[in-house]
Design a protein around this ligand. Structure first.
Ligand SMILES: Nc1ncnc2c1ncn2[C@@H]1O[C@H](COP(=O)(O)OS(=O)(=O)O)[C@@H](OP(=O)(O)O)[C@H]1O
Length: 427
């Protein structure tokens, strides 16, 4: 009897050790993998757009004329060379879906990462991370998560590419990032209690370790994404300088809180059409997992993310100047129209008209990627019997980022392997 139990314990221990080893290997492979070899790339400039078919000039209705993207009065040519700096937890998956569809429509060439869905984040971006990259190659759009590195990006895209990005209120962003990435930062494991977010914000320096693994997810994540030091104090002159540099590099800085207004400004900047802006909210969380920030917690979160807050306030001002230049009334009209069109599309495409929890998503192809240890991200079911005219568009609008990347030819073997391991160990 004792011998049998002993053997059972032994094999359980073996399983545990093996499982731990396998998981550690996978985590190491997934998290630490970055291209080890940095080639000394020859610099071959990319002077012109490599659009498959140059986009044709579009005549704008008189009331729509604006100062951006214009050639002759009343006409403009859609811009197809785009750098989208995909910041974290800023509706960037919703936005990237818009870019994927625009890219497919104009048969544009994306600079994609290889083997996973980001450019080896948090490593700083290098051209060598682009799938199949060779010096002199021409791309139209780059839009996957990266740690921004302006000079490297500039060597990849045509000189007159439009740089755009998106920011979010740093308190909301922090709450979202804490939920999604918190478990990836080991220093959070020692935070006691149920409400780890409030506990952390009571005394962040007690828990936060700037040198800790993945610590950047929990302090000034926006500033970090742009390639800067996220542990600077807001009053440090380097912060001001960096914000100025971002303002000079990026023609449009959108705001999550005014997502539709941002898209209308985008349409104006890039000479796009209303049709190009249609979207469904992707990567949203179920309500029960969202921590309500009391005014006190909000102000603590803003203080903790003081550099991001400074940056957000700066670009909030420039954003509303752009709206003013566009015309408030015209903006209100266009936003109403975009909302109307989105609602129309939701009625056409979405079963039940609403996002649903992971367990209720019928097709695997529609399952969004989930944070570790949870199934909190919502997804959609496609309506059955959609009119043929809308079938393709509906599917594309609802397809989560990873599945869409696969469809566009990106090999995500590291991401997928990591997903399999998580499935096996039910994590
Ligand atoms: N259209 C629109 N308007 C407002 N907010 C939106 C929109 N689309 C997505 N979201 C919210 O953005 C959060 C997900 O951001 P990302 O897709 O950038 O996340 S990720 O970094 O790619 O994982 C996630 O925020 P949280 O729900 O707070 O986590 C989404 O709800």
């Amino acid at each position: 009897m004792f011998g049998k139990q002993g053997r059972q314990w032994k094999s359980m221990c073996k399983g545990l050790v093996l499982g731990t080893l396998l998981t550690s290997c996978m985590i190491l492979l997934y998290c630490l993998s970055s291209p080890q070899v940095q080639f000394n790339m020859p610099e071959v400039p990319v002077p012109y757009s490599c659009a498959h078919r140059p986009a044709r000039a579009r005549v704008l209705p008189l009331s729509n004329t604006s100062q951006n993207a214009q050639g002759q009065a009343g006409t403009c040519t859609p811009k197809v060379d785009i750098m989208f700096m995909k910041t974290h937890k800023t509706a960037s998956s919703t936005f990237i879906n818009i870019l994927f569809r625009f890219g497919e429509k104009h048969r544009l060439k994306f600079a994609f990462p290889d083997s996973r869905n980001d450019f080896f984040y948090p490593a700083t971006f290098q051209r060598s991370q682009v799938k199949d990259y060779r010096p002199g190659m021409c791309f139209n759009i780059i839009c996957n998560h990266m740690r921004f590195n302006g000079p490297e990006v500039a060597k990849l895209l045509p000189a007159d590419s439009t740089y755009i990005t998106i920011l979010r209120d740093p308190a909301e962003l922090f709450e979202s990032s804490f939920h999604y990435f918190g478990r990836l930062a080991p220093f959070t494991w020692k935070i006691p209690g149920e409400d780890k977010l409030s506990e952390f914000l009571q005394d962040p320096w007690h828990y936060f370790d700037p040198e800790g693994y993945n610590s950047f997810y929990l302090k000034n994540l926006l500033f970090f994404d742009f390639g800067y030091d996220n542990t600077l104090e807001p009053g440090d002159p380097r912060v001001e300088e960096s914000i100025r540099a971002i303002g000079q590099r990026f023609q449009l800085v959108m705001l999550v809180e005014y997502f539709e207004e941002s898209l209308i400004l985008l349409k104006d900047t890039l000479c796009w059409e209303m049709d190009d802006l249609l979207f469904f909210k992707l990567n949203a969380r179920k309500g029960s997992t969202i921590s309500k920030l009391t005014p006190e917690l909000r102000s603590r979160a803003l203080e903790w993310n003081g550099v991001d807050w400074k940056m957000y306030q700066h670009f909030n001002v420039t954003f509303w100047k752009k709206v003013e230049a566009y015309g408030r009334e015209r903006m209100d009209r266009d936003v109403r129209e975009l909302r109307r069109r989105n609602e129309e599309m939701a009625a056409i495409c979405i079963e039940g008209g609403e996002p649903v929890e992971a367990e209720s998503i019928q097709e695997t192809a529609m399952q969004p990627w989930q944070p570790i240890g949870e199934k909190s991200i919502l997804g959609y079911n496609l309506k059955k019997n959609i009119d043929k005219k809308y079938r393709k568009l509906c599917r594309k609008m609802l397809t989560p980022e990873l599945q869409y990347l696969t469809e566009l030819g990106v090999n995500l073997w590291i991401t997928k392997l990591w997903g399999r391991v998580r499935d096996i160990i039910n994590w």
